[in-house]
Structure formats: C-alpha cells, structure tokens
Design a protein around this ligand. Structure first.
Ligand code: URA
Length: 266
C-alpha cells in the first residue's frame, strides 16, 4: 500500500502505536494464509487441502477368558484344603472379589462327617471373614445343635464343616448370578472331594445349583441326592426360615433325615 509519509514520520507513527500497546501489524485486507498461491506445485497444493487421515485407533483383539475352564484348572490343581483355599483366594476372574472386605472360605472342623454349604457371605460374614456368623448363622447353629452337631466341636462325629458357594459377598446381598455360580462350581466340587464328608447339606437355591446343578429348593428339599459320590440333603436356607417360620417344621424333618443317615439308617 502506498503512503505519503516520509520514513521519519512513519517511524514516529509506529513508535506511537507501540507506546499505545499495539503489538501486531494488521493489513487492510484479510489474507487466507492456508491458501497456497496458484504458482505452487500441484503436489504441494493438494497436500495443503487434503486433510491428513486421522490415526486409526489400534484394534487390540479382546481375549475371551473361559472363566469356568480357569476355575476347573485352578480347583483341580489343589491337592488339599489349604491349597484349595489359596487357589480360590487367588482366583481373579470373579468381580465380587473387588467389592468384598474379606475372603470367606470355611469354618468348623475340616474332616467332620457333615459339611454344610450355604450361598454367600452377608454383611457380618464379610466383616468377620467367617461363614454364617449373622442372624442366619445363629439359626443354623441352633438347627445343627438340635441333632448334636456344632462347628466348635473337634471330633468327627459332633463337628461340622461350613462353607459357601461364593467366598465373596455380593453387593447389597443380591442373589448370586448364574455365571458366578457356574464359575464357583469346580471349587465347590473340589471342596467336597477334599473335605470328604459323609453327608453334605446344601442350603438354598444357589447351593442346590452349584452342587446338584438344579434349582428349586422348595421342591428338592427333603429328598436325598448325590454329588461327587456323597449323599446330599437339600434344605431351605436359614435366612428363608427366619422370614417363614412356619417352614421350620419341614426343616426339622430334613434334619432328622440327616441324623438318621448318620446313625446308619437310610
Ligand atoms: N447366608 C449364607 O448363605 N452364608 C453365609 O455365610 C451367611 C448367610
């Protein structure tokens, strides 16, 4: 742009602008600095208008873990109860582990004639790290005492070994999911095989599903079944009995059936 200023006046004007705070020279007409002049080589002009392809996200193939197969492998590798406990505690495929305070394995006498299998730790069990120590546990202790069994006893005949299908508390005590039960099933079966009870009592639906592969405890209860070569008595869960005291009559009949079996009857 032509100007009638001599260079001294132009310089004085520039210095005055700078003193006012101007720090940038702007022309009268806008300039598109992204547009290359027609004279630029075609390849350069193309490169200027074609936006570079965004980097494609790398696709990492998801490795599907067969958690039941993993559980089978881990459980089969346990040669005794201590090894099974360690294998289960170290099993990383069950998300419940992340939300639980304690790992709950078992209580009572390993090697007792009777093994009781419940569902999963509740609030009290999660806090203490022991199965059946809350209100349902107190009722279970009274039921077992009625047929001469106690988790405190250290003799095979009077003792009882107590565990759950799940060793970690489900959030808000929700029912165990089918996938969780299937994942724990190999551990439960190995647990029975290593504890070698003469009779197993499964309490509630989750235990029936994990041990017998069947649901519907209200239908199954009172009749003998078999798992891992051991007689199994399905019974109503003590928590259910607390909510439905009238059902205790049938639970008492089931306990008498267990007692009769232990005494040698069928
Ligand atoms: N209910 C269960 O099934 N197991 C426990 O340990 C406590 C409550």
């Amino acid at each position: 742009m032509e100007s009638g200023l001599d260079h001294r006046s132009a310089r004085a004007l520039l210095e005055w602008h700078i003193a006012l705070g101007a720090d940038e020279c702007i022309q009268d007409a806008p300039v598109n600095r992204y547009e290359l002049p027609e004279a630029a080589p075609v390849s350069l002009r193309k490169a200027a208008v074609v936006a570079p392809e965004p980097a494609r996200p790398q696709i990492v193939p998801m490795v599907q873990v067969d958690t039941v197969a993993e559980a089978r492998r881990a459980a089969a590798g346990a040669a005794d109860l201590a090894a099974l406990r360690a294998a289960l505690e170290g099993f990383e495929h069950c998300d419940l582990k992340r939300g639980a305070r304690h790992f709950v394995f078992a209580d009572g006498m390993a090697g007792a004639r009777v093994m009781v299998i419940g569902e999963a730790p509740g609030r009290e069990e999660d806090l203490e790290g022991k199965p059946f120590v809350g209100p349902a546990g107190a009722l279970l202790d009274r039921m077992l005492a009625a047929i001469g069994l106690s988790r405190e006893a250290d003799a095979r005949d009077q003792g009882v070994y107590i565990t759950n299908v799940l060793p970690w508390r489900p959030p808000q005590n929700r029912d165990p999911e089918a996938g969780e039960i299937a994942m724990m099933r190999p551990f439960v079966e190995r647990h029975i095989a290593l504890a070698r009870p003469e009779v197993v009592i499964v309490m509630g639906n989750a235990a029936c599903e994990a041990v017998l592969g069947r649901k519907g405890v209200l239908r199954l209860r009172g009749g003998w079944a078999e798992a891992v070569g051991v007689p199994v008595m399905p019974m109503m869960h003590p928590a259910y009995l607390l909510r439905n005291p009238a059902a205790k009559r049938e639970a008492w009949a089931d306990l008498l059936a267990v007692q009769a079996r232990l005494r040698g009857g069928r």
